[in-house]
Design a protein around this ligand. Structure first.
Ligand SMILES: *Cc1c(COP(=O)(O)O)cnc(C)c1O
Length: 371
């Protein structure tokens, strides 16, 4: 699905030098590279505070801990997402309330959010799935009307621009009260191990987030709140500083692949190519088709026989996971989510795709779907 080796080859000298430099200095934890990357990312995102942490799941957990929610408080989130988004809600003793997604954007359906709001609702966690931003204009309006926090799960959309109704353009992840991302190697901005970050323009929240990520420590050996230990290590920060300079090029390369796929698949009946909202720049973490009246799993097998990887993101939605059976969430009526889990298929997309690979993939997909 990705080709991280070819991508590395292109930046190998600078990456190798940066990694060796960290080893030479022996500043493995909280080194200079971490604070430099933090500043670089603040500049790139145009956000006041970036707090690096150990992974994207921690980022979501720490963000939620910083809101000071109480047990049984409710958090609204889509069911059609990676498990991490919803898992941390339950881990913190909060109640995930699953809301339907929009069939076009794959993101939370803003028309369904208000129906799910109760007196216990405290936050909304939209997910910018596959690199397409959720409808943040509507979400921020609903949140402000009902006095709710918004935590953006930006793990799949880092670098995406979003057009706000007030005319300004902001990066996804910096629009809600807190944004979270992952630097898992296959993400659009990936490191060479685990990594994550939390963003906010709210200085009080930033202070709390920093404390929570560092054992609740306010000053050395003074621990004011229960926190955790979640750090980005210096080697990962050094890798990320170099790759951040390439992020816009990486996004362009992904968008180019998506356009080629679009042109190849749009004419096939029963195939829905990814929707591109006018409000945001799709950064194509995944290229995902909806196949209606086609044998989706047959296509997966057909492609596998030709050594073409494909993936189903995600085959089982959160509300149908055993993990949440105590919440009775399997009874939640989410027909679009269920419909999508049976029809989506994601094709290989990355920054180093060759024309011959694209020809081979598009011809193979067309051969199966046109028969
Ligand atoms: C990858 C991902 C995460 C979790 O990130 P990790 O770094 O793997 O913990 C959370 N949410 C979404 C939508 C993701 O894609």
């Amino acid at each position: 699905m990705v080709d991280l080796s070819s991508q590395y080859e292109k930046v190998k000298p600078s990456i190798d030098r940066a990694i060796l430099d960290v080893i030479d200095k022996a500043q493995f934890i909280n080194g200079q590279e971490v604070s430099s990357f933090q500043k670089d990312l603040e500049d790139y995102l145009n956000v006041k505070h970036v707090i690096p942490c150990a992974n994207g799941t921690d980022a979501l957990q720490i963000a939620m801990m910083a809101l000071g929610l109480k047990p049984d408080d409710e958090v609204i989130t889509p069911s059609f997402t990676y498990i991490a988004t919803t898992e941390v809600i339950a881990l913190l003793g909060l109640k995930p309330v699953f809301v339907e997604v929009d069939k076009d954007t794959f993101c939370i359906d803003v028309n369904e959010i208000e129906k799910a709001i109760t007196s216990k609702t405290k936050a909304i966690v939209p997910v910018h799935l596959y690199g397409q931003a959720a409808n943040m204009n509507a979400i921020m309006e609903i949140a402000s009307k009902h006095n709710l926090f918004v935590i953006e799960d930006n793990a799949q959309a880092i670098g995406s621009d979003y057009h706000l109704t007030n005319g300004s353009v902001q990066k996804t992840g910096t629009i809600g009260h807190i944004g979270c991302t992952s630097f898992f190697p296959s993400k659009n901005l990936g490191c060479y191990g685990d990594g994550g970050a939390i963003f906010t323009n709210d200085s009080d929240l930033a202070q709390k987030i920093k404390m929570i990520a560092n054992h609740g420590q306010s000053k050395k050996y003074y621990h004011d709140v229960v926190g955790c230990n979640s750090r980005l290590d210096s080697i990962q920060a050094a890798v990320l500083r170099i790759k951040l300079r390439q992020l816009d090029n990486y996004i362009d390369a992904r968008r180019k692949v998506a356009s080629i796929y679009d042109a190849a698949f749009a004419p096939i009946s029963g195939v829905q190519i990814p929707f591109r909202s006018d409000d945001s720049k799709h950064v194509f973490h995944q290229y995902t088709l909806i196949l209606d009246n086609h044998d989706r799993d047959g296509l997966c097998n057909f492609l596998a026989e030709r050594d073409i990887p494909s993936m189903i993101y995600y085959p089982i939605p959160a509300h149908r996971q055993k993990m949440f059976s105590d919440f009775g969430s399997a009874d939640t009526h989410l027909p679009v989510t269920d419909w999508l889990t049976k029809r989506v298929i994601s094709l290989p997309i990355h920054t180093e795709m060759q024309d011959e690979q694209l020809d081979y993939i598009t011809n193979s997909v067309k051969e199966f779907l046109n028969n």
